[in-house]
Design a binder for this molecule. Structure first.
Ligand code: NAP
Length: 223
């Protein structure tokens, strides 16, 4: 498989996933709006990886410069970046598989909920901006804290959805390389609405029970 670029990978979610994928043997580049920050965070991640005996390194570069050599691009920035960053990158992202992690959440009266979006979900909005790319929504319900805790195996299921079966298969193949977690194909991208709402629920559970929750789907036939 080709290189993986993580736009906004300097945040805890992207860096956590980047470390997990590097441990799984993938070549990962952390992207940032500022190249020096990308380099510093990639070095911090590489040090964490060394501490668990992994000699592979994370690379770092400005967001736009991570894309050329990558065949899978992870979007791991806040929802505000969807409109600020993606329109200018649409041409270079054409033909690429896009893994969307974005949760458009708001906190109102101490309760998380999804922001009402005209497109229905961040995943659908991203697909409409990146109309020549193949968007798969996934890892929306995996907390950064769990991803970053690389001493421990990830828990739960990674539910993914998208309107391009080959792209979804590519992401499921990637998930299969991460020990212990299971990738679950939810079908069409419209399911991103539900994945994003589940994240709001998990965050409300986390606050209420002082926990880090995740999801696991019961009743599926063995794959
Ligand atoms: N945190 C979690 O537990 C979690 C769980 C599941 C999904 N997610 C989703 O994953 C995404 C990343 O989460 P996170 O907690 O890592 O986010 P974050 O720390 O708030 O942001 C990640 C990075 O995005 C870049 N960024 C910030 N604003 C931007 C903008 N307007 N345009 C472009 N880039 C911008 C910043 O990097 P530079 O300044 O270096 O460019 C920042 O380090 C979010 O959409 C979140 O909803 C998070």
């Amino acid at each position: 498989m080709g290189r993986i670029a993580i736009l906004g990978g300097t945040g805890p979610e992207g860096l956590g996933l980047g470390m997990r994928l590097t441990l799984a043997g993938e070549e990962v580049v952390i992207g940032s709006r500022r190249p020096e920050r990308a380099a510093r965070v990639a070095e911090e991640g590489s040090e964490r990886l060394r501490s668990v005996g992994c000699t592979r390194r994370l690379l770092g570069a400005e967001n736009g410069r991570t894309i050329a050599g990558a065949d899978l691009i992870v979007l791991s920035f806040p929802y505000s970046g969807v409109r600020e960053l993606l329109p200018q990158l649409a041409a270079v992202l054409a033909g690429k598989v896009i893994l969307d992690l974005v949760n458009p959440l708001v906190l109102e009266k101490r309760v998380f909920r999804t922001a009402p979006l005209p497109a229905g979900s961040a995943g659908e909005e991203i697909q409409s901006i990146l109309s020549e790319s193949q968007v798969v929504s996934g890892f929306k319900n995996q907390s950064a804290e769990e991803l970053r805790n690389i001493e421990k195996a990830l828990r739960g299921d990674v539910v993914v959805c998208g309107d391009h079966p080959e792209a979804t298969a590519r992401v499921l193949q990637l998930i299969a390389r991460i020990p212990r977690v299971r990738g679950v194909d939810a079908g069409a991208l419209v399911n991103a609405r539900s994945l994003e709402a589940i994240t709001a629920l998990l965050l409300n559970l986390n606050r209420r029970h002082r926990a880090i929750t995740s999801i696991e789907i019961l009743g599926l036939p063995p794959s």
